[in-house]
Design a protein around this ligand. Structure first.
Ligand SMILES: *[C@@H]1O[C@H](CO)[C@@H](O)[C@H](O)[C@H]1NC(C)=O
Ligand SMILES: *[C@@H]1O[C@H](CO)[C@@H](O)[C@H](O)[C@H]1NC(C)=O
Ligand SMILES: *[C@@H]1O[C@H](CO)[C@@H](O)[C@H](O)[C@H]1NC(C)=O
Ligand SMILES: *[C@@H]1O[C@H](CO)[C@@H](O)[C@H](O)[C@H]1NC(C)=O
Ligand SMILES: *[C@@H]1O[C@H](CO)[C@@H](O)[C@H](O)[C@H]1NC(C)=O
Ligand SMILES: *[C@@H]1O[C@H](CO)[C@@H](O)[C@H](O)[C@H]1NC(C)=O
Ligand SMILES: *[C@@H]1O[C@H](CO)[C@@H](O)[C@H](O)[C@H]1NC(C)=O
Ligand SMILES: *[C@@H]1O[C@H](CO)[C@@H](O)[C@H](O)[C@H]1NC(C)=O
Ligand SMILES: *[C@@H]1O[C@H](CO)[C@@H](O)[C@H](O)[C@H]1NC(C)=O
Ligand SMILES: *[C@@H]1O[C@H](CO)[C@@H](O)[C@H](O)[C@H]1NC(C)=O
Length: 803
């Protein structure tokens, strides 16, 4: 079945998959998600550096209607290894387009690097890293002949639901942090010669019910769930990072699988014509997620420009026919084609020195007969290692446990310490060979998730082998994988350290040599596209830790976590002396954790989410989708909590998390002092609403800096380390979060030295969305409390900013 085989390496998951049963019924569910019609679809205006769109207009003018239509839909190309293909128009010198996954490296290809995942870069809080990593990834896509890199960045899901299967693909569940890193990622990719496709717009917050499917009991279609998001929450939270990406120039945006206010995201005119193309002034093209189009002409007029993977179902010849019989204007097709070609020119795809389209991506990737292009740049090796190091977050370190001090004997435990038994060449999931063989787990019997009926459904709580990334379209098959054990073994050999290990036993107690300087335990918490996580805890791994700790008084736990992982089962155990959330470091994972454990480098990550004490801390947002009453065939997901997710909710409700948002330790200590606030714009000239023209990202003056805040950070310990200083603002208005992140600055500080951190507050950072005025409103004449410190709950400095 060649087609099925090929589909294994395409972006979308074919069948619609439901994780688990819905058990939550909201008695008070009210139906409030409706989308108003917004037509016609805005034409490209050329604002914000897009003035070369006239080239696109001129080219489109030369195209026949059929040629223009051919730009708007993918087609099956049996010899291409690209996830999506747009045909060439040879007579006009247009070589076609190759769209390829994914965010952490080139998917379904060999001789590529596996970079740290979004959550890992999020934990680094390092804009330079976000830029450089995406720049490097962009280079690999370019050398493989890809035109469009599908992500980076991934900005949705934002991570509203702790169990969301794709939360690890994005940076953080805080929109400010995600937007700030996402903007850098867009620039990085596009500066290196490929189109960045920012995804998924918007409300794709869970995998359950992400696509329609037929209910086998009644043969009635159950539609995808509807993310019902009110206007203010949309602007202040879910759309926020997309505004950053559009402002940074993203040339394409992928619409999401879910319905938004009961209308499919890829057909929703308010979303695409209204919010994206009018309000945010987006100039590029909107491409559907794979198989996310469910209607024809209506999706075109609602603002969808390109459909993937195939145009022929609803568009193709039918779209041409629809123009001929007057159902849609040719002007509209011109608009779609111009946006696609403008993105192509904007990202310099007309550069004749680019490799042929799709040249390094081939359908024969799996059987390895095809010629291969090594897409890696040797100069990126240092960056891969730095990135791998920077997303580790140390959350506990007592009894002087870390760094290790020339250990004579180490005992190493846990399934995550070693390489997985098998790697898969076919399209990702390296490291995903097998789930843990335990009654707590359903085992994974093949490398893929529920695609095309090839594999049984699986629930990845943990993976039997070290985990360097998540599963699905964001999985990469890197050239190599460094496991913790392999890297520790190399170190031990050099330093003459005695090693003991046991990777498989759950209750390894009897095995511990009491002379061990430390017992290193490696766990993971897995996640994949296509299915939500079954749990934020894991009894097998918890008993592993508890059993080691019962017999080893220096137990150091490392968790490769693709999302929030609760640790209350053992975090206070006196023998658990150090704990690291290691996230998803990419191919250099083992070397990176070894450098951190030995203190070659101080850990410098902080949590890009909160770790609560218990599931119940999340309230209804833990499992919000309903579909058991009137909504049986129309699952509903009311975002009733508004912007109050994660720390915004915990702060408001007085919930004390185990580890708060922004928390992380290192091998030194820092002190904060000398907070200074400077208004950079004369307050008397400030208007309540922005007055500037619409540029990509919204009104131009939303992006103006109106205040600068500085503070001093002093390293009071004895080793060099980096500190992530954070700025939170309390917007003085009812129903606003007590504090929200509005700045961060990461600085390396040598011992006993001081560095000044700086935060620029833009008009948008201090504005709220005024639903009645339909604009961003600054509270001119108000005092804004500003807090600076080391985490969302460790804010030693504060002052008022008066506007
Ligand atoms: C979704 O519905 C809510 C409530 O009816 C409304 O405030 C919001 O503007 C709608 N958004 C979109 C994109 O349709
Ligand atoms: C199909 O893909 C191959 C390999 O990328 C390419 O050489 C060929 O031109 C494509 N076919 C068409 C019709 O564009
Ligand atoms: C659903 O449709 C299939 C195929 O048409 C048929 O075999 C089956 O009996 C139907 N099931 C129900 C419950 O109607
Ligand atoms: C046109 O649309 C119909 C469904 O409405 C579909 O069956 C057909 O394949 C389409 N044909 C072409 C050539 O696009
Ligand atoms: C025009 O063509 C489209 C696409 O084939 C079709 O769906 C529609 O019914 C046609 N309309 C008329 C009035 O023939
Ligand atoms: C992991 O896989 C190995 C086979 O290599 C097996 O022996 C072991 O029991 C598995 N571990 C767990 C915890 O399932
Ligand atoms: C391991 O120990 C836990 C208690 O910590 C126990 O519940 C579990 O059954 C034990 N597992 C095995 C395989 O002995
Ligand atoms: C801590 O480890 C020591 C062995 O080094 C053991 O004797 C002690 O019981 C452990 N403490 C706890 C609370 O399990
Ligand atoms: C933890 O959360 C679960 C699931 O919501 C709940 O059943 C349980 O009572 C909670 N436990 C505590 C100690 O709050
Ligand atoms: C941020 O990341 C870059 C790229 O990896 C690195 O060179 C730099 O040192 C990092 N900054 C800090 C303060 O850690």
């Amino acid at each position: 079945m060649p087609q099925l085989k090929r589909l294994l390496v395409t972006a979308g998951f074919l069948i619609n998959f439901v994780a688990g049963q819905d058990t939550v019924v909201h008695q008070d569910t009210h139906f409030y998600g409706q989308s108003p019609p917004i037509y016609p679809s805005p034409e490209i205006s050329g604002t914000g550096g897009w003035n070369e769109f006239s080239k696109a207009q001129a080219l489109v003018l030369q195209m026949t209607l059929e040629e223009k239509t051919s730009l708007t839909g993918g087609y099956p190309n049996e010899t291409s290894g690209c996830g999506g293909n747009i045909p060439a128009i040879a007579r006009l010198g247009f070589p076609g387009m190759c769209l390829q996954d994914g965010p952490n490296g080139v998917r379904a290809a060999d001789f590529v690097n596996g970079y740290p995942s979004g959550i890992h870069v999020g934990a680094s809080w390092n804009k330079t890293l976000a830029y450089s990593q995406s720049h490097a990834i962009g280079g690999e896509f370019r050398r493989k002949g890809a035109t469009v890199a599908l992500g980076p960045p991934v900005l949705g899901p934002l991570g509203r639901i702790a169990l969301g299967g794709r939360n690890w693909e994005t940076y953080s569940n805080d929109p400010y942090l995600t937007g700030a890193l996402g903007a850098e990622a867009v620039k990085g990719v596009q500066d290196n010669g490929v189109i960045s496709c920012t995804k998924h717009f918007v409300g794709n917050e869970q995998e359950m019910h992400r696509n329609p499917r037929v209910d086998p009991d009644t043969n009635t279609t159950i539609e995808a769930s509807s993310s019902n998001i009110d206007d203010r929450t949309m602007h202040e939270h879910y759309m926020w990072p997309f505004a950053d990406a559009v402002h940074a120039g993203t040339a394409s945006i992928m619409c999401a699988y879910e319905r938004l206010n009961n209308s499919y995201s890829c057909h929703n005119s308010k979303l695409l014509n209204g919010l994206l193309k009018t309000e945010l002034g987006f100039q590029g093209f909107v491409v559907s997620d794979w198989f996310a189009q469910h209607t024809g002409i209506a999706s075109a007029t609602a603002g969808l420009d390109m459909v993937m993977p195939y145009g022929y179902e609803f568009w193709g010849d039918n779209l041409t026919e629809a123009v001929r019989n007057g159902s849609i204007s040719e002007g509209h097709i011109n608009n779609m084609a111009t946006r696609i070609m403008a993105a192509w020119y904007f990202s310099h795809q007309d550069d004749k020195s680019l490799p042929p389209v799709g040249v390094g991506l081939t359908a024969n990737f799996e059987d390895r007969r095809a010629p291969t292009i090594d897409a890696r740049d040797p100069n990126d090796a240092g960056l891969l290692m730095e990135g791998a190091i920077q997303g580790h977050v140390l959350v506990k370190n007592v009894k002087n446990s870390l760094p290790l001090k020339a250990p004579r004997m180490l005992s190493i435990y846990g399934y995550d310490a070693k390489l997985p038994d098998k790697s898969f060449s076919s399209g990702g999931y390296n490291g995903w060979a097998l789930g843990l063989q335990s009654q707590n787990y359903r085992s994974i019997v093949c490398g893929f998730g529920p695609i095309g009926g090839q594999c049984p459904a699986f629930e990845p709580i943990a993976i039997n082998g070290t985990m360097i990334g998540g599963g699905g379209s964001g999985a990469v098959t890197p050239v190599y994988m460094s496991s913790p054990f392999d890297a520790l073994e190399k170190r031990a050999r050099r330093e003459g350290t005695q090693l003991f290990w046991d990777f498989n036993t759950e209750n390894a107690t009897s095995n511990i040599n009491s002379n061990s300087d430390a017992c290193l335990v490696f766990l993971n918490a897995a996640s994949s596209e296509g299915v939500d996580r079954p749990s934020v805890r894991d009894s097998f791994s918890d008993s592993l830790v508890k059993n080691i700790a019962a017999d080893c008084d220096n137990t150091i736990v490392t968790i490769h976590n693709a999302g929030v992982r609760l640790v209350d089962e053992w975090i206070e155990h006196p023998n658990v002396t150090a704990v690291i959330f290691a996230h998803l470091p990419g191919q250099d994972s083992g070397e990176a954790i070894t450098k951190i454990l030995y203190g070659d480098v101080s850990p410098s990550g902080k949590l890009p989410y909160s770790v609560p004490r218990n599931e119940s801390d999340y309230g209804p947002v833990y499992a919000p989708v309903t579909h058991s009453g009137w909504d049986r065939y129309f699952p509903q997901d009311d975002f009733k909590e508004g912007v109050f997710t994660d720390y915004r909710a915990f702060d408001r409700e007085g919930i004390d998390p185990r580890f708060e948002f922004g928390f992380g330790l290192t091998y030194t200590t820092f002190e904060y002092s000398n907070l200074k606030i400077e208004n950079t714009v004369d307050s008397s000239t400030l208007t309540s609403y922005p007055m500037g023209p619409i540029i990509p990202g919204g009104h131009s003056d939303l992006w103006d800096t109106i205040a600068t805040v500085t503070a001093d950070v002093t390293n009071t310990g004895s080793v060099e380390a980096a500190e992530i200083a954070q700025l939170y603002v309390g917007i003085p208005m009812q129903d606003q979060p007590i504090r929200q992140l509005r700045g961060f600055d990461k600085v390396t500080v040598p011992p006993e030295e001081t560095r000044t951190v700086e935060f620029k507050l833009r008009r948008r950072d201090l504005s709220t969305w005024d639903v009645h005025g339909q604009n961003w409103r600054l509270l001119v004449g108000s005092d804004y409390p500003v807090y600076v410190g080391a985490s969302s709950r460790n804010l030693k400095l504060s002052a008022n900013l008066s506007l």
